[in-house]
Design a protein around this ligand. Structure first.
Ligand SMILES: Cc1cc2nc3c(=O)[nH]c(=O)nc-3n(C[C@H](O)[C@H](O)[C@H](O)COP(=O)(O)O)c2cc1C
Length: 351
């Protein structure tokens, strides 16, 4: 929806102001404003009043089918504010073992004509210990919130040792997270997406399977472990990838991350910026990979769909293509928080 079709909308006003700022600054400012306005008690009340359409999946009770996609709250600094917006679940991170600054700004770009973003943030985060402390703090007030934690590797960790980073993060967040996502699909950490190759993925997931067994043996409750995939996968790779995921006891997939391609935006002056493209132009690719995964999985694992969901119709189509839940990121930038309720209500009717 364009600003013109929502002339009096509050978010339209806010968006017009925010879009005058440099994108990363607008992003930080919007989140900071939300956080300062939001004590946890109020967040809980607002959450209850927001679209409530419970869904049981992965052994978890989701408030509704709409989640926050990873990357917006990498450090868990805005959990209460985001929870108050009415998401059925939040995915925090990507977090890495050690704090790292990420790429040098500017690293986030708006392409409003295309309702798209390009980002090369590069996993800027304060490290897994910080995130764990934030989640623990929120859990004390709201124990039943569904909070996924998305894990990755530090940039300076050689790819051959990536499994150690993922294992470290998994151990650290396992007790606190509702579910954990193995991110092997960000285009902004060199080599990361090579971990989607069958052998590399099998080795990584074997290691994580071992960590899960250890944690279970030590008395920790089993947590669902999901893998987040790229929209740039080849059709031919999907069936094999699915076999690896199934054989290593993975509980679900998130499809998809941003694309390294520029289909649909090639004419834009910012198209040459390196990074991952998200928003409306990503939808056809994300839908294609979702269809491939759905065909290969044949209902054996749930799928969380992300990538270019900017309306209730987009979300409903994703469900029709085999998704069980959906996640939003760029849609929040272009449509504002009202998108959460619109999608949650539409999907509760469809269920
Ligand atoms: C600025 C920005 C940062 C992101 N950071 C992460 C991240 O750290 N980890 C991750 O798995 N995905 C990250 N993503 C990808 C989103 O979670 C999502 O998969 C992608 O943007 C597609 O959804 P969308 O079209 O609704 O934005 C990021 C996206 C954006 C725009």
């Amino acid at each position: 929806m364009s600003a013109a079709s929502d002339p009096g909308g509050f978010y339209t006003l806010v968006r017009n102001l925010l879009f005058r700022l440099e994108p990363e600054r607008a992003h930080d400012l919007a989140l900071a404003a939300l956080r300062y306005a939001m004590p946890v008690a109020l967040a809980r009340q607002l959450h209850r009043r927001a679209a409530h359409a419970p869904v049981n999946l992965l052994g978890l009770a989701f408030g509704n089918r709409v989640g926050l996609a990873a990357g917006l709250d990498k450090n868990g600094d805005y959990i209460a504010a985001l929870y108050a917006l009415g998401f059925g679940f939040l995915e925090l991170g990507t977090v890495t073992p050690h704090a790292q600054k990420g790429n040098r700004p500017p690293r986030l770009f708006r392409l409003p004509q295309h309702q798209a973003l390009i980002n090369r943030m590069g996993f800027n985060n304060l490290g897994v210990a910080h995130l764990a402390a934030r989640v623990q703090h929120f859990r004390q007030a709201v124990p039943d919130a569904v909070i996924g934690i998305n894990i990755g590797k530090n940039r300076d960790t050689p790819l051959a040792q990536a499994d150690r980073d993922y294992a470290h993060c998994l151990r650290r967040v396992h007790r606190l997270a509702s579910y954990v996502v193995v991110n092997v699909s960000s285009p902004n950490t060199p080599g990361l997406r090579d971990l989607q190759q069958t052998q590399a993925l099998d080795a990584l997931l074997a290691k994580l399977q071992q960590v899960r067994d250890e944690l279970h043996a030590a008395g920790e409750e089993r947590r669902p472990l999901l893998v987040k995939l790229s929209p740039d996968l080849n059709d031919d790779d999907i069936p094999e990838l699915v076999e690896v995921v199934l054989s290593r006891g993975i509980d679900g997939v998130v499809a998809t991350n941003t694309t390294a391609g520029r289909a649909g935006v090639a004419d834009h002056p910012l198209a040459g910026q390196s990074g991952g493209l998200s928003g409306a132009p990503l939808a056809p690719l994300a839908e294609h990979v979702l269809q491939g995964l759905h065909a290969a999985l044949r209902g054996r694992l749930p799928i969380i769909a992300a990538g270019g969901i900017l309306s209730a119709e987009d979300a409903a189509r994703r469900m029709a293509l085999g998704a069980d839940l959906v996640q939003l990121y760029s849609g929040l930038v272009y449509r504002g928080p009202r998108l959460i309720r619109e999608v949650a209500e539409r999907l509760s009717r469809a269920a």
